[in-house]
Design a protein around this ligand. Sequence first.
Ligand code: SF4
Ligand code: SF4
Length: 128
Amino acid sequence: MTKQERIDNMMRLSGTDVRKCMKCGKCSGRCPAFKDMDIKPHQFVSMLGQGKIDQLLESKAIWNCLACMACVERCPRGVAPAAVVEAVRDTVVRAQGANGLKAEDIPPIVDEFIPQQLLVSAYRKYNK
Ligand code: SF4
Ligand code: SF4
């Protein structure tokens, strides 16, 4: 796969139009994980638009994003920075091969109070 194909694939995975970004930084201003992210939400959008995917793929921030969607709600241009972060994370996870979360690895009762949504989210996050 060529680099351009990888860029196109990541843009398609994100499902958001990074070209609409006006670089206002409001998404990063609202992000609760901002301090922990080596690449900030607005930079994910900007760097994908510039095709700087190698830096994104090495970013530690993909594991710091809380998927809270505050950046998406804040964006005045309808861009979804969280979707870009997720697209990068999915690309990294897929490249690692079949190491996703398996149902048989989860004990019958993890915790009686654990929300079912958490497990569904974990499957979604780690099995793409
Ligand atoms: S979804 Fe991720 S990048 Fe967006 S505001 Fe929440 S923690 Fe930050
Ligand atoms: S809030 Fe939207 S327009 Fe502003 S920097 Fe973030 S993605 Fe770009």
